[in-house]
Write a protein that binds this ligand. Structure first.
Ligand code: ASP
Length: 323
């Protein structure tokens, strides 16, 4: 698949997907095409600030059944920047509370002429269920602890911008690996592009079973720190845990928070990332989160470019020849 000659309005013939459900099933070429397309949109829109009309006449519905700040806003803005209309659906106050099934609700929204639904749900697999039951494109915006493909893509795009190549880098995902959809999407994407991935955290949140995916498992951040090119600091997902996985938040911060002292042991070129929301003082201290190595806000900006890219590619493949 060549990624050099993308013109706006012409989705490459080799791109055939109409849904984005995960990064596990994407090839390295498909991931690279999305990243290249995101860069193209970033340039074409002066850093995602200008509006294009490549999706004019299309409608994108946000179906969020879990809280979200960045992802929901970012998908809505990305769709609008490309000229699409957007609809925002909230589960509270909807007919779901009157007993309507999830599939019926989604089918009714689709029947209003929606071309794509962006879904976030606490149950893993929900986007797959929708994709089987709807004709329109389905984009996974986070299914429980399973995957969050656009988060993985925007993280990888941010690393690529700073380091040019993903292959050969050592990237550590630190924190609540067990419950993190960001971790899963990053692992699939980074491994496909040739990075060495380390998952690091307390043993109650990082199982040895991760080694089966070809990642390194580590329990001591101070030991791995000097070899890391990138640290992605994941939030402890208290809302997904039945029991607290460590004695106290203070102890967790003592062992795993990225702080000024630890920065002194890291490479001079280290990149500090976090998917947000960040809990200052738990996984990262303010001096590091706001310091010169942090690319946390770049990640948020890149989210817009990545979501423009995937919306355009998926809708382009679904309506090939109509644009
Ligand atoms: N915003 C990310 C997610 O929705 C990470 C997090 O919530 O900690 O998965």
């Amino acid at each position: 698949m060549t990624t050099e000659l993308i013109e706006i309005g012409t989705v490459p013939e080799a791109w055939t997907r109409t849904d984005l459900l995960d990064l596990e099933s994407l090839t390295a070429e498909e991931i690279t095409l999305i990243l290249d397309t995101a860069e193209m949109f970033r340039e074409a829109t002066d850093g995602c600030t200008r509006r294009l009309s490549v999706l004019s006449g299309r409608t994108v519905a946000n179906l969020f059944f879990e809280n979200s700040t960045r992802t929901r806003t970012s998908f809505a803005l990305a769709a609008r920047r490309l000229g699409a209309d957007t609809v925002d659906f909230s589960s509270s106050g909807s007919s779901l509370s009157k007993g309507e099934t999830f599939i019926d609700t989604a089918k009714n929204i689709e029947a209003m002429g929606v071309d794509a639904v962006v879904v976030r749900h606490r149950t893993p697999g929900t986007p797959y269920l929708l994709a089987q039951n709807l004709q329109c494109s389905v984009l996974n915006a986070g299914d429980g602890p399973h995957e969050h493909p656009t988060q993985g893509l925007l993280d990888i795009l941010t690393i690529r911008q700073q380091r040019k190549e993903i292959a050969g880098l050592t990237v550590a995902l630190v924190g609540d690996i067990a419950h993190s959809r960001t971790a899963r999407s990053n692992i699939w994407g980074l491994k496909k592009l040739g990075a060495h991935v380390i998952v690091c955290g307390p043993s109650t949140l990082v199982s040895r079973a991760w080694e089966e995916l070809g990642v390194e498992v580590a329990y001591n951040l101070d030991e791995i720190l000097p070899r890391c090119d990138v640290l992605n600091l994941l939030r402890i997902q208290f809302e997904r845990q039945a029991m607290r996985p460590f004695p106290s938040v203070r102890e967790y911060a003592h062992l795993y928070a990225m702080n000024g002292q630890r920065m002194a042991k890291a490479k001079d070129s280290i990149l500090i990332m976090a998917p947000g929301p960040i809990n200052r003082g738990v996984e990262v201290t303010p001096e590091v989160a706001d310091g010169p190595h942090s690319v946390i806000l770049h990640q948020v900006s890149n989210g817009l470019a990545v979501r423009m890219a995937v919306l355009w590619l998926l809708l382009g493949a679904a309506h090939r020849g109509e644009y």
